[in-house]
Design a protein around this ligand. Structure first.
Ligand SMILES: [Mn+2]
Length: 353
């Protein structure tokens, strides 16, 4: 239940927190886009906290200003919010405690298939499967109601259910992944649904005809072998993108090339760590380098300008700082606003010059 959800919304005045992202006054029933928070970071391998990402983004989201230079009517995008589910928060805490024991076992030299952790791994993997099914069910019901859906993570394991629901709806779609990591590990650390395995799991869906990865800069040899052997995957690693820039190739040209590999229907999987970590210092696995905020926005804008339709998206791995540091949430909220508005506008053509 949101407090004062239907209050009049004035884009020129202070926004009153009402439990919805951006303080927008839309019930889910009347929304065009529905944002589904998934407060889950069970398989985080380095630094936890992304389960608190949805709340951090929500808290920061009411202090944005609403004029958008690309999309002047952006604030009219009917963006609704599913409340953060406290049962999932509770289950996340319980499973995170077990996952930590597994990770400690591995970090002290233990093996994934040791009997000592078999039961714990089975428990975590079952819980992750249940979480995925919950996301799938939520997403499917919203899609059935004609809604667009955006996931707010959580670690990068959480959007699989939405990808599955979209695969039931669309025979062919591509993923544009912005990320520091390839996320092509097979059951990383024994976790079938690890944050580091999201694209390995996604590519099991035959409807996903293309995966275009941008900003990748922390990757293992086995993942590079997968990229080279799966013709569905096209990687634009961060070093090559930066080299191109240093050698005078405009970002616009590079964006056109990235977009040229995508089919008409595109799912955006945005891991905040794809950005320069100055924008997300508290994310789970930060890596130097990465896209500038406006480079990422320009890429997304170019995607829509090229006539692609955004059929769904996730924004993952945002984590708040200690002591009320709102910076990560602030950046996340601005990115979420842009993703939601661009998704809405991409349903129509000819909106950008
Ligand atoms: Mn990722």
């Amino acid at each position: 239940m949101h407090i004062g959800i239907n209050q009049a919304f004035n884009p020129n005045e202070i926004t009153v927190p009402n439990g919805c992202f951006f303080g927008f006054p839309y019930e889910v029933e009347e929304a065009t886009i529905v944002l589904l928070p998934v407060p889950w970071d069970v398989t985080t391998s380095y630094r936890e906290g992304t389960a608190n990402g949805p709340q951090a983004i929500l808290d920061a989201s009411v202090q944005l200003d609403w004029y958008d230079f690309d999309l002047p009517q952006a604030w009219q995008t009917k963006c609704g919010t599913i409340s953060i589910n406290s049962d999932i928060q509770d289950q996340n805490r319980a499973m995170r405690a077990i996952a930590k024991l597994i990770i400690e076992h591995l970090e002290s030299g233990g093996k994934v298939n040791d009997q000592a952790i078999a039961q714990q791994l089975a428990t975590v993997n079952q819980a992750s499967a249940t979480l995925n099914h919950w996301v799938y069910t939520q997403a499917w019901e919203l899609l059935e109601q004609g809604k667009l859906v955006g996931i707010v993570g959580g670690d990068h394991s959480v959007p699989l259910g939405l990808m599955q629901a979209l695969a039931q709806r669309y025979a062919d779609y591509g993923i544009l992944q912005i990320d520091a990591h390839a996320d092509l590990r097979q059951a990383y650390e024994g976790f079938t649904y690890s944050h580091a395995s999201i694209m390995d799991n996604a590519l099991k869906l035959p409807q996903i005809s293309r995966l275009v990865q941008v900003g990748i800069r922390d990757v293992c040899e086995a993942e590079m072998a997968i990229v080279q052997n799966d013709e569905r995957i096209v990687m634009f690693d961060d070093w090559q993108l930066k080299t191109n820039t240093y050698e005078g190739i405009p970002w616009a040209t590079q964006c056109d090339k990235i977009i040229s590999h995508l089919p008409d229907k595109v799912y955006i999987s945005f891991d905040i760590d794809g950005l320069n970590p100055a924008y997300c210092p508290n994310t789970g696995t930060p890596v130097p380098g990465g896209l500038e905020f406006n480079e990422a926005i320009y890429l997304l804008r170019s995607l829509v300008k090229a006539g692609k339709t955004i059929i769904g998206f996730d924004l993952c791995e945002v984590a708040p700082g200690d002591g009320g540091d709102e910076w990560d949430g602030n950046v996340g909220a601005r990115l979420l606003y842009k993703l939601a508005c661009l998704q809405d506008f991409s349903q129509e053509t000819q909106f950008l010059d």
